[in-house]
Design a protein around this ligand. Structure first.
Ligand code: ZN
Length: 393
């Protein structure tokens, strides 16, 4: 005789008392779902929330450098309430970088910064709308821009991977730390830990895009190693800390894992020409790869490639509405079970500029053309996602 599936009491498949309890629970459940669903339909936008709750409908917010500091939080919260939530956005990747009130290493804090309280308030605001906040700290590369060196390499000159290209070459604009320096992880991981705590994070984005200076012949630690080996070492160290030790989900950009000879995405930095691509076979498969491509193509073969290699992939576009539509369509058609959804990047340099654009603000001091373009592309992404919302992930 099979036990009651409600409580394992002996009897029929489900006991009589439990049938009544289940009916009551089901009616309450239906009412609850109805009550939860009605307010989720966007009153101002008129677009339904996404049909598939498993879809990761994300926005990447630049909150570092010029865009750092608390002033961007005001329009961000308003946009969450009035735009993101009605449109079904359920993840915000919040790239804060050095613009945070770090207590373990206050010397690494940028002039404009947000506090732990700011982070907690943002997370609480998002929680009301079912939006997950994933903090981001860009690791390894992107430690400078043009002639500006960012705090880690300013304060700890010994951490820098010595460039092996002449000064003035474009890629010297993006300096890196040496992942084999014995002390660099101790410093960086303490910053990451502060962000995890402040944002109550269950996932963390480590960046790692456009690492152009790596395995330099001028570095005594790296010179005998391949770029893929050194890159994988950095990824694996972060994975060890974030996933194995702390139990978080780890995300990273995918460009260094794509060989430029194999993937026809043009001459930009979205594929690797510096030997890092073989690292794809040297890193754990539970990392989510954020596969960014901003141009319009007929095909985006990296979406299939990452899945074939065993990764989940989160396609990420930017400011070209046609490209965004094409990328989303291709990703859905080529979903082999590993495509999570879509991540809209914004890359707006004014604090809150992207959100002001979404909210209808047009004053040029607040909203640049760059912000308007990103907002247009974001709307295109939502339309495309809604147009095929019945497709499963
Ligand atoms: Zn090195």
């Amino acid at each position: 005789m099979r036990a009651c599936i409600a409580c394992r009491c002996p009897g029929r498949v489900i006991g009589f008392e439990h049938q009544r309890q289940w009916r009551r629970a089901n009616i309450l459940g239906i009412l609850l779902v109805f009550a939860m669903t009605v307010p989720l339909v966007g009153p101002s936008i008129g677009l339904a929330r996404e049909a598939n709750p498993a879809e990761w409908r994300g926005v990447h917010i630049m909150a570092w450098g010029l865009a750092g500091g608390p002033e961007g939080l005001i329009p961000l919260k308003e946009a969450i309430t009035k735009v993101f939530h009605p449109m079904g956005v359920n993840v915000i990747v919040f790239e804060v970088g050095y613009n945070f009130d770090y207590r373990s290493h206050p010397e690494l804090r940028q002039t404009k910064f947000i506090t732990k309280k700011d982070a907690q308030d943002l997370v609480e605001h998002c929680r009301q709308y079912g939006i997950r906040v994933i903090p981001q700290f860009n690791c390894l590369g992107h430690q400078s821009w043009r002639n500006t060196l960012y705090p880690l390499l300013t304060q700890y000159r010994e951490f820098e991977e010595p460039p092996d290209v002449p000064p003035g070459e474009r890629w010297t604009e993006l300096r890196s730390w040496c992942p084999l320096h014995p002390e660099v992880n101790g410093v960086v991981f303490s910053l990451i830990d502060e962000l995890i705590e402040a944002f109550s994070a269950d996932a963390f984005h480590v960046g790692m895009d456009e690492v152009l200076v790596i395995a330099s012949k001028n570095c005594e630690r790296c010179r005998d190693k391949s770029p893929a080996e050194v890159f994988a070492k950095a990824v694996n160290d972060l994975h060890e800390h974030l996933v194995k030790k702390r139990g978080l989900t780890m995300l990273m950009w995918g460009d260094r894992l794509l060989d430029a000879e194999r993937f026809p995405y043009g001459k930009g930095w979205e594929t690797s020409r510096n030997g890092t691509a073989p690292a794809i076979d040297l890193i754990p498969k539970d990392i989510i790869i954020c596969d960014w491509h901003y141009g319009k193509h007929e095909e985006y073969p990296s979406v299939r490639y990452f899945q074939e290699k065993g990764f989940r992939v989160w396609p990420a576009g930017w400011n070209n509405a046609d490209a965004v539509r094409s990328f989303i369509r291709y990703s859905r058609q080529n979903n082999r079970g590993g495509v999570l959804g879509y991540l809209a990047t914004t890359w707006v340099l004014e604090p809150g500029g992207f959100c002001w654009a979404l909210l209808g603000e047009r004053h040029p001091a607040l909203v640049s053309q760059r912000a308007l373009d990103a907002a247009t592309a974001f709307h295109a992404a939502i339309e495309e996602l809604n147009a095929s919302a019945d497709q499963s992930y």
